[in-house]
Design a protein around this ligand. Structure first.
Ligand code: ATP
Ligand code: MG
Length: 337
């Protein structure tokens, strides 16, 4: 099984990225051939400062490694180190219906949040499809917000194969039956961990780098504390009426506390009678317990930029080998010398 996924270097990575995606990345590296990348082309949609773009790219790579990604098992690379992705993006785009992009949730959400509706953001799902299809991925571990993009990638792969592969039958995409040819582009499947599919941010919206509502994995202690203390709660006293469980603080506690500890919190929460401040302190403790080892590794790895670059170069080389193989087939199919 080929596993592939990425995170954008559009800001410092947060616990939503971890629980929604990166925790699974680390688990899956033992279950198949894993390719993980830093989506630094995608990040240009929101990061327009070249120095910052570089720094955030390095930071995302450090984050992967600190969280337990083993570069000997998984291929870790920068998206921009494999230029073939930009070529596939273009070629694939020629068969993408504009109407698909117009109904992309993530685009609409981002524009609604005030991000500039530029072409790059609009075309983002096409580059993402190219990211996945270029490496013939079977499974793509992602958070819930990305499911639609993976469905697009499947649909467009079918469109491409139908158009360009003689003998391709969409009902038999792997060409298992006699007389059918396998597609050049393999259909990927989203791999979503339901319990953590959407991690809420401190303001209750989806936690996102671009919404400024995150708990950063490697943020400064002071800042993390401040952010946890500012998690949005309703203003009614906790005692009466009883607090609702439809609250980001409740969801975050559920996410971060061990099951037995959460059961206690759940009981007191539902009974009312405890201040939100106490729960926030509990969440802060859980944050430290969970992430202190990774935070220590992060500090060590940061001190050795040469080693980081070496790992990324090695990953780029391995990723490029795959990409070149696929692009040879794609170019031949469409008639590009
Ligand atoms: P941006 O705001 O720039 O889009 P982001 O915080 O949404 O950044 P991405 O790089 O777009 O992060 O997403 C990386 C991975 O993390 C994806 O698989 C995405 O589904 C997952 N993810 C991001 N935010 C959350 C969240 N709040 N809950 C669960 N998964 C998430
Ligand atoms: Mg996102």
């Amino acid at each position: 099984m080929r596993i592939l996924s990425g995170v954008q270097s559009s800001g410092r990575l947060h616990i939503g990225n971890y629980y929604g995606a990166m925790r699974q990345f680390v688990q899956l590296q033992d279950q198949g051939e894993a390719y993980y990348f830093i989506a630094n082309y995608h990040a240009l949609n929101t990061v327009r400062d070249p120095k910052l773009a570089q720094e955030l790219t390095r930071d995302a790579a450090l984050t992967y490694l600190s969280l337990g990604l083993d570069p000997k098992k998984a291929v870790l690379f920068r998206q921009s180190d494999v230029k073939e992705v930009a070529e596939l993006y273009w070629i694939l785009g020629t068969v993408v219906p504009q109407s698909n992009l117009e109904r992309a949730h993530s685009y609409k959400d981002k524009v609604a949040q005030g991000i500039s509706p530029d072409f790059g953001l609009f075309a983002y799902p096409v580059l993402m499809a190219a990211d996945i299809l270029l490496y013939s991925a079977d499974a793509v571990p992602v958070g819930k917000d990305q499911i639609q993009h993976i469905e697009f990638a499947r649909d467009w792969a079918v469109k491409f194969n139908t158009q360009y592969v003689p003998g391709y039958d969409p009902a038999d995409p792997e060409g298992k039956e006699r007389g059918h040819a396998p597609g050049i582009l393999k259909l990927p499947a989203a791999h979503v961990q339901e319990s953590t599919a959407t991690v809420p941010g401190i303001d209750g919206r989806k936690m996102s780098k671009s919404y400024g509502n995150t708990l950063e994995l490697f943020g400064e202690e002071k800042d993390i504390k401040k952010r946890i203390m500012s998690i949005k709660t309703d203003s009614t006293p906790v005692e009466a009426p009883k607090p609702t469980t439809d609250a980001p603080l409740y969801d975050l506690l559920k996410l971060m506390l061990p099951a037995s500890e959460f059961a206690e919190v759940d009981a007191t929460w539902k009974a009312g009678g405890k201040g939100y401040g106490d729960y926030k302190k509990k969440l802060l403790e859980a944050f430290h317990t969970t992430f202190t080892p990774a935070r220590q590794r992060y500090a060590e790895l940061r001190a050795d930029p040469g080693e980081l670059e070496r790992i990324l170069q090695d990953g780029a080389q391995r990723a490029r080998a795959e990409a070149t193989r696929l692009m040879d087939q794609v170019r031949k199919a469409v008639g590009i010398p």
